[in-house]
Unconditional design. Sequence first.
Length: 148
Amino acid sequence: MKQSRNVGFTLIELMMAIAITALLASIILASLNRGRNQSADAAVQSGFQNLRPQAEAYGAGGGYSGLCTDTRIQEMLRAIKAAAGRPAGEELRCGADANEWVAAELLKSGSTTWWCVDHKGFVGTVANATKNFTVLANLTTDGNIDCD
């Protein structure tokens, strides 16, 4: 008499393998997304580092009025916005008057953290709670056009 032996996996074993695979996939996808956001933030920071000397050169020619509408500055701002992965019309802020200028972009990795550069030489993060970048005419809560 022949005995049949079932060779294969039970339903429980298959379900456990699928669950473990799904868990590992979710961890990997979360890490990749975080890496993408950090990469976008680094590109924004690099773009603003390139913007600062260009803005200072513009200001040396007679003040900062019109800085944010200058063709070269606009190209740099569009590149920063593209690096941040934002569509036109979202987030990036730029403002200037005769003596001061500031530009800021909301970082992708922090929903309330802005990367900001200004005429004083400040380059860094600013928490949304302490600054109001929603109105271009008055970029900061203290009435000055700067990051701090």
